[in-house]
Design a protein around this ligand. Sequence first.
Ligand code: ADP
Ligand code: MG
Length: 297
Amino acid sequence: MSRGVGRSPAPTSGDAERTQLAQAAGSLCGPADRTGVVDRLLAEGVQSRVWRVVTSGPDGCRNHAVKWFRPGYRAGDSVAAEYAALVGLDRALCELGTETYRVRCPQPVRRWDWGYAMSAVSGCRLDRALARRRSPADEERLLVRDLVAGLTAFHAAHGGPYGDFHAGNVLLGADRAVYLIDPAPANPAFFTWPAEATPPPLAVDLAYWTFSAAVRAPRHPRTAAAALRLAGALRDAAVHPAGGRRLAAEIDRCLADYWVRLARQGLRQHAVAALARRLRPADGRPDRGGEDDRGRR
Ligand SMILES: Nc1ncnc2c1ncn2[C@@H]1O[C@H](COP(=O)(O)OP(=O)(O)O)[C@@H](O)[C@H]1O
Ligand SMILES: [Mg+2]
């Protein structure tokens, strides 16, 4: 008889995830007569999975989104940092009076060491929404103006850049609701400058929007083209008011830095950086036709 017979198999990370989600569903219930169920997987990425958890009781149902971080992505307090950023974002946006769009975010609910819960929101990734149905330029101008207002309010409340400000982290909802999600950088080192050369948060984030769209362009040309078009409009909205020239220069400096950082990460990244530099808006139209990027994040 082999020594392993009769033993239960070693727990896997999938077992841990199931247990943690089940506990989360239980603890999201308020009064004792509520029930909580893990309803379905909403999205899956390299670093995390986002699940919908539904709680119900006498006062009705509530939908939560529970973001479960893969164990390899919990180092350096990343869960706590992202949750704190979401709390800051919520504080900044909850009463922000923008002119046309309601710029909001999911409400933070609870944090564990493996992830956190927030209210579930309903919307489509902005780059996919715009790639499918191009809005009139005037409408896009209204949207970017309000996005810049939301971003600036976050900077004031949180005291630093958003970190992962890109078109995949903006969800377009119904009735001109727009949700900012996923604040705080997945890779904080990427956003670190020497103290004397730290750029303003608006430059860091707007340059990152362009960077992230350009890097995405070779594999996802249509959504990246939509995001790059918006990058130009975001820049105009931010730079237009006062002191614009200096901000424009800082955005360019950040972007130049990102290319250098990317190129330093290895041969493949070097090739991506070289290609992406050619695709950014200042250098020409990024949409060269080709395949769509349906169904991927
Ligand atoms: N509060 C939420 N409500 C509904 N869906 C959400 C919520 N948060 C995230 N999602 C879904 O999960 C996806 C990934 O979430 P995100 O926080 O951006 O994760 P990642 O860190 O992997 O980029 C989003 O594009 C969206 O589809
Ligand atoms: Mg994201």
